[in-house]
Design a protein around this ligand. Sequence first.
Ligand code: VGL
Ligand code: ZN
Length: 201
Amino acid sequence: MRPETEALVVIDIQNDFCPGGALAVAGGDEIIAGVNALMKDFQVRVLTQDWHPADHSSFAANHPGAAPFSLAQMPYGPQVLWPAHCVQGTDGAAFHPGLATDPADLIIRKGFRSAIDSYSAFFENDRTTPTGLEGYLRSRGVSQLTLVGLATDFCVAYSAVDAARLGFGVTVLEGACRAIDLDGSLAAARQAMSGAGVTLA
Ligand code: VGL
Ligand code: ZN
């Protein structure tokens, strides 16, 4: 059993990111058994849930004429426009039925403001608006994080880099993650994580 100073953070294992979902990540469901097993090793376990309103500005459908996976300029910087996914209250936004959610101490929702996306579990995509997760972990005395989930190159990587920047020790278990890999995004994400001091295991 890991000490109480260590937390497992499970990123976005939701139906829409698994095969058959609106923004399916190849092999997204393959990691679930391993993640469930890993949860038994940790005393602090956090799940994140991508949780968008239907009018969310990261959805291509909300930008007339824009194609899914194209880039838009937002006030906070460039933003990939995604197929509509993880709409609040829909089956796509629910956790995959195979994921053991009962062991979770905290479920943190993100991306619930229409005007701004939030890949990271710590900050929205302006990299400054906090989700509250940092305070939760610090007040529980957590200093080391292990990250797993979907997708390696977006929500996992942004969470890992932010966590390292906040001073947490961070390990990403790549075998318990799967990537979208849009135009080299996986290689870029791995480089960003390594550069931030994240351990890729
Ligand atoms: C994610 C794209 C859009 C993720 C979430 O969980 O990696 N990617 N929303
Ligand atoms: Zn999203």
